[in-house]
Design a protein around this ligand. Sequence first.
Ligand code: IPE
Ligand code: IPE
Ligand code: MG
Length: 230
Amino acid sequence: MEEKILPRHIGIIMDGNGRWAKKRHLPRTAGHIQGAKAFRKCLRHCADLGIECVTFYAFSTENWKRPKEEVDAIMKLFSDYLDEGLGMSEKDIRMKFIGDPEPLSDDLKNKMRGLEEKSSGNRGTICCIAVNYGGRDDIVRAVRKIAADGKIAESVTEQSITEKLDTSGLPDVDLIIRPSGEQRLSNFLIWQAAYAEYVFMDVLWPDFGEKELDLALEEYSRRNRRFGGI
Ligand code: IPE
Ligand code: IPE
Ligand code: MG
């Protein structure tokens, strides 16, 4: 059997929770609850497949525009997930959080740090969760770190920016998957996905499962990546 080419780093835009709930005449929060279940399933499948790294877009720097009740509900689900992670010993998965934690509650920040530390010795899939993440904000914060070192003009290089981004140390994104039918990046990993392949799918995120991930991986393995060469 032919060996399928797997991406080293997958980025997933978990979109469509609200529409999933609306279709069922449920509050949007119900969609987020179901979306959190899809996230757990998808992460497990990535780990079983031996994917090196997967980054999930959970909350963008623009999502603060939503009603406070919805934002609170999302943060509560996130907090529940962190409690679960802190209580369990997932032996293989290494957790990492990207985005600016500054506006998040101290409780969330502590739990995030706790889970990163607890899982830091794991050598399986790296699960990166993007919370209060914006690609532009990531680049601005990276360049500010470089500027703080002095000697600004010479020290701004593609390499130095890459090293100061939240994803420092992770490989570039090979594959971006966006369910829900929208075909845009919405400020996700804009630098890291410069040469990524994109797979847009019509399924809503709460309905996304193993089969959908396999389909996206199959599509990826058929792409011909040239990186500007021939
Ligand atoms: C994605 O689902 C979850 C977050 C952005 C936090 P949405 O809530 O954007 O769902 P739709 O796009 O309204 O259906
Ligand atoms: C992108 O989804 C952000 C996350 C999935 C966390 P949005 O629903 O916020 O994106 P837009 O508004 O449709 O571009
Ligand atoms: Mg959306």
